[in-house]
Design a protein around this ligand. Sequence first.
Ligand SMILES: [Mg+2]
Length: 313
Amino acid sequence: MGEFDFIRHFLSCFEKARVPVGPGDDCAVLPPARVPVCATVDSVVEGVHFTRPFFRLADVGHKALAVNLSDLAAMGARPRWFLCAVSLPSRFSKAQVLELARGMAPLAKRHRIQLVGGNFTRADRLSVTVTALGEVSGKGPLLRSGARAGDVLYVSGSLGDAALGARLKGRAPPSAARRQKRPEPRVRLGLVAALYARAAIDVSDGFAQDLGHVCAASELGARVSLQRLPLGAALARTRMPESEKRQLALRGGEDYELLLAVPPARASAFEKAAGRQGEKVTAVGSFTREERLLFLDAEGLPVVAPGGYDHFL
Ligand SMILES: [Mg+2]
């Protein structure tokens, strides 16, 4: 099967893009933008982000688009268009191309993002690179630098199940494995956040690290109540010391949840609006003028250890 057959089979899984020029020419042509457009790109690479057959091809297709949708959500952007570049090891079959596309297409449909172009090439290992474009909504874009001292720190959904899936691999509870392989980007919550929040980031590297990015960009610190962190259901049920569970929730990464800074005056309206969209959000702390991350125990006392929070957590 040649490149053109790959493209034809891949495209057959997606709805036809409603744009001036879609796949098939040298470039796609998009309609004139009514609002600013957010653009992001990310790759998933065999041996780096996934291994086979632990990841099915449908998982790879889903995840490649999901991680980009998560970045759009973190800006409060409405997904519109994407391009997809696939590197295939030789002897890839038509069935395999279709499986990859069929993992990606339902997610694209759910979030109304249209495939407008892409590329297929041969390579030593499988990788999928997606470039996604979205329109700024509400008061967006939500930047990492927008938080102010006193803002409430929210996290969506739950933390740590994806990391549990990655750690236990084949022995992971199915729900944890699913969180790792098929993350659900918080696109709807991002659109709500664009109306209420001042800053946002998606949790790809781990709660502590990504919170650190917001703090650094906003020139602030934060206080986080460890008790309030929403642990994933699979992680909460797992037999493991509490400190280790907390470790996975704070550092595991790949949760693809949103961290949000919301002014206190808008906090309750934000919680109601998120609830109406079926999105769970938890207030886990607040941003502070003092530029350090402080994790508090059940008594509200700072958890301190020699070498700083880094070594303790
Ligand atoms: Mg991100």
